[in-house]
Design a protein around this ligand. Structure first.
Ligand code: PMP
Length: 408
């Protein structure tokens, strides 16, 4: 049968990572993958994660037993609280079903699988609308489970900000009960988020069209440094009474990338039978999970649970988040001011206007290629840079390289 298997292209992002590793230039700069780096360009184990690690490893009863199908309950319950707010009516009314997943990717996949199986209108699946552009993996995750994909306008190339009118119009024109994928905060790849007022407008259109919100939250705490503020959009939609789902990742905000700590949450709309609905949904999620991974990995969930359940560690985590988001903001300011100082053609305010891990620089594919061939700078060809790859040692080199390719 293997004769019929065509060669697939390498994943562009992981291909970029490989090329960077193979480059022997001492000047090379990695602005590809969205993983936090400290000012020395090194991965950063959050101090709070080291403490949680010590707590876990000093437990004499530590073992490697299976978790339940839905994962570590002390983790998923706090993860839901982190997203929805401790005083959430949805939690109090028991209309939230949570399942631990293989990080954010697994959560998006489980949600996609669930909707493909159960979310039908007149017997047919609905289209998933994703932002243009979006995290590249969204397309293949939804396509792989057979859900049709369409896009809504998002990034305005002129302003390098949000095309809110285009977005609202596309959502208004989409067939009723479409699924709409929304980045909860720190949009990947653009770094452009709707304002609270714009979120209200988005919710209003979606309510009028009975659309189904699918939130992807991979950067809570990274956008503003404030966990509650970064959950504002999700909490607003829940308050508005939507039935919705949330795919939640702890890769970035706890620096647990390879541990695959994440959760999927289903929130039922307020109704007298909402708890019963939630119980039914949970039972089906358990079957999907069992057939796919049986039960999720334990270590990352234990780390997250330890941090989320201990008030002192939780406070320290918030400090660590401010360290990460603060360094990224400082790099944004430094990059913008250098480009402005050099008089690099164009406007550079979007570098500081955009938030979160990434900046959508507006550099063309040709400029990105030149940065790589002439300056050993690695970034995705859509012009996205991971801000965390910049530090006080390489920012000037990078800014000069950008200046050079923009001048052509
Ligand atoms: N969604 C978005 C928008 C992301 O940027 C990412 C990470 N790149 C994820 C989901 C999932 O990441 P992970 O599976 O590592 O949690």
């Amino acid at each position: 049968p293997a004769e019929a298997v065509p060669q697939a292209p390498e994943d562009p992002l992981f291909g970029l990572m490989r090329a960077y590793k193979a480059d022997e230039s001492p000047n090379k700069v990695d602005l590809g993958i969205g993983a936090y780096r400290d000012n020395n360009g090194k991965p950063w184990v959050l101090p709070v994660v080291k403490k949680a690690d010590d707590v876990i490893r000093s437990d004499p009863d530590l073992n490697h037993e299976y978790l339940p199908i839905a994962g570590l309950a002390s983790f998923t319950s706090k993860a839901a609280e982190l997203s929805l707010g401790a005083s959430s009516a949805a939690l109090a009314e028991k209309r939230v079903a949570s399942v631990q997943t293989i990080s954010g990717t697994g959560a998006v996949h489980l949600g996609a699988l669930f909707l493909a199986k159960f979310y039908k209108v007149d017997g047919a699946n609905r289209t998933v609308y994703v932002s243009n552009p979006t995290w590249a993996n969204h397309n293949q995750i939804f396509t792989n489970v057979g859900l049709p994909i369409a896009t809504y306008p998002y990034f305005d190339k002129q302003t390098k900000g949000l095309d809110i009118q285009g977005m609202l119009k596309a959502l208004a024109d989409a067939p009723e009960r479409s699924i709409v994928l929304l980045h909860a905060c720190a949009h990947n790849p653009t770094g452009v988020d709707p304002s609270p007022e714009q979120w209200r407008d988005i919710a209003e259109v979606m309510k009028a069209k009975k659309h189904f919100p699918f939130f992807d939250t991979a950067y809570q705490g990274f956008a503003s440094g404030d966990l509650d503020r970064d959950a504002g959009a999700i909490r607003y939609f829940v308050e508005q009474g939507f039935e919705l789902v949330i795919a939640q990742s702890f890769s970035k905000n706890l620096g647990l990338y390879g541990e695959r700590a994440g959760a999927f949450h289903y929130v039922a709309a307020p109704a007298s039978d909402a708890t019963a609905t939630t119980t039914r949904v949970a039972s089906q999620l358990a079957i999907l999970q069992r057939s796919e991974i049986s039960n999720p990995p334990i270590y990352g969930a234990k780390v997250a649970s330890t941090v989320l359940n201990d008030p002192a560690l939780f406070a320290e985590w918030q400090e660590n988040l401010r360290t990460m988001s603060g360094r990224i903001i400082a790099m944004r300011e430094a990059l913008r001011s250098k480009l402005e100082e050099y008089g690099t053609p164009g406007t550079w305010n979007h570098i500081t206007d955009q938030i979160g891990m990434f900046s959508f620089t507006g550099l063309s594919e040709a400029q990105v290629a030149k940065l790589r061939s002439d300056f050993h700078v690695y970034m995705t060809k859509n012009g996205r840079i991971s801000m965390a790859g910049l530090n006080t040692s390489n920012i000037e080199y990078f800014a000069k390289a950008v200046d050079s390719v923009v001048r052509g």
